[in-house]
Design a protein. Structure first.
Length: 265
């Protein structure tokens, strides 16, 4: 008997696709429900109280409707604020998204690393703890950018996004004291790996961009290691809390991640 229960990925928008992609590579037959809270997008400029009150309720509704075997909060902001309450509310495994400070510190030769995330993520004490535990001998620079979230969303819709906009975001790290020695950048928002190639292109020198997607995929595979899957790939579904973008470019991008259907929550 195969198990039809899906994996549920949750984000404020399309950023969680950067976590879905490596998970699909490891578990190609896994049924997928991808949920985007686009009615409340973007999370990075919302208060901690708003996010903590909203995310557990939404994930409770999604879990009741789709009966997943596991939930991935594929959003750094939601994970740093609401992971504990969500785990307390659900009786299935919940995997959060952790800024990849440890691998960035391990890779850094200059011992100066950057953390590029949303405003809500980079100010969290959780990031302080990760830096103290895994990068105590590094200078850790931080920059919050709602602009880069919007650029990633626009890029996925097929809109033109100028190089200068990406360069301005990167300058938020590079122009800080010590930024001239920074050699490794943590992409601490799941939207950002979707446009990592644009950041590489505008960087004034080689920089290593690190994200947590592959590690999350390995964690999902380990937690489901004894479970059965369908014998062939299953079309995935993208669920939105707000109006669905009907543009062909957007729907084509979703299909590229195996999400062939859309629905409203």
């Amino acid at each position: 008997m195969t198990d039809p229960r899906p994996l549920l990925f949750f984000d404020s928008g399309v950023g969680g696709l950067s976590v879905l992609a490596p998970t699909r590579a490891i578990l190609p037959h896994a049924p997928i429900v991808y949920a985007a809270d686009n009615a409340f997008f973007p999370y990075g400029v919302k208060s901690e109280e708003e996010i903590a009150g909203r995310v557990p309720v939404l994930l409770g509704r999604l879990t009741e409707r789709y009966r997943p075997r596991l939930v991935v909060i594929a959003c750094n902001t939601a994970s740093t604020i609401a992971l504990g309450p969500v785990r307390a509310a659900l009786d299935i495994p919940v995997v959060g998204t952790v800024p990849a400070i440890r691998p960035a510190a391990l890779a850094s030769q200059s011992r100066v690393i950057g953390v590029l995330g949303t405003d809500a993520t980079v100010r969290q004490p959780y990031v302080d703890r990760l830096a103290a535990e895994h990068a105590a001998d590094c200078t850790v620079l931080r920059h919050g950018s709602a602009a880069l979230v919007a650029l990633a969303e626009a890029d996925l819709r097929g809109e033109d996004t100028p190089d200068a906009a990406y360069a301005a975001v990167l300058a938020g790290l590079l122009d800080q004291p010590g930024g001239d020695r920074m050699d490794s950048v943590v992409l601490a928002c799941t939207h950002f790996p979707l446009v990592a190639d644009r950041l590489v292109a505008v960087a004034p020198r080689p920089l290593s961009f690190v994200d947590g997607g592959p590690g999350i995929a390995r964690r999902v595979a380990w937690l489901t290691r004894d479970q059965s899957w369908p014998t062939a790939p299953v079309p995935g579904i993208a669920v939105f809390t707000g109006p669905i973008d009907p543009t062909p470019a957007f729907l084509e991008h979703l299909a590229g991640f195996g999400l062939d259907r859309t629905a409203r929550l």
